[in-house]
Design a protein around this ligand. Structure first.
Ligand code: HQG
Length: 169
């Protein structure tokens, strides 16, 4: 589901709308057509997956489904600007730190920089790349006051376009 809705809907013959949504029935048909060797995917099954997941990754609204963050497809998914919490965190690999200090946080392969609302989440994000990740603490309030736009992913994930290192505390 993440691969299709974040990275490659075209492989499934799908096109996301400007906010990243696709018709739920079309999504189900496409997934079942492509992955017919898996048990049939249904709306009930998707809702079970969403319920059981460690993270809120998808949203179903008005018979449409979207990934809430993580996109890498070309063509930026439009998002509403929002006021971030005062402090946000970013967990990363220690080997990236010198580059991050120089360039700030960049979206790299994704459309946005991903930030976490708490240290535990940042640690688990960082552990995907380093057993002992570095956690950056970010003065999001100051960055926002200075004109950097922030967007909501879900309750625990915030997004922004670029975060210069002057906002690391
Ligand atoms: C690093 C998961 C060098 C950045 C997570 C990160 C998240 C730089 C990596 C979501 C850099 C990109 C996204 C710079 C940033 N120089 N490295 N200037 N700027 N980086 O995977 O934030 O489980 O694309 O620190 O929970 O790790 O899939 O981003 O290490 O919310 O739902 O470049 O993916 O969600 O890595 O993770 P990623 P991320 P899911």
């Amino acid at each position: 589901m993440s691969y299709c809705l974040r990275h490659n809907p075209g492989k499934y013959g799908l096109k996301l709308d400007e906010y990243g949504y696709v018709d739920l029935q079309e999504f189900l048909n496409a997934m079942n057509h492509m992955h017919h060797f898996w048990p049939k995917l249904t709306e009930i099954k998707i809702r079970e997956i969403m319920q059981a997941s460690d993270k809120e990754r998808f949203e179903i609204k008005n018979d449409k489904i979207c990934a809430l963050y993580g996109h890498s497809i070309p063509g930026i998914i439009k998002r509403k600007k929002a006021i971030p919490p005062k402090v946000l965190y970013h967990g990363t690999a220690r080997r990236f730190l010198s580059s991050i200090e120089k360039e700030g946080l960049l979206p790299m392969g994704r459309q946005y920089v991903h930030l976490s609302t708490d240290i535990e989440m940042a640690e688990s994000v960082g552990r995907r790349k380093d057993a002992h990740p570095a956690i950056l603490q970010i003065n999001a309030q100051k960055a926002h006051d200075d004109g950097i736009d922030f967007y909501v992913g879900n309750d625990e994930v915030w997004l922004c376009d670029h975060l210069p290192s002057q906002y690391f505390t």
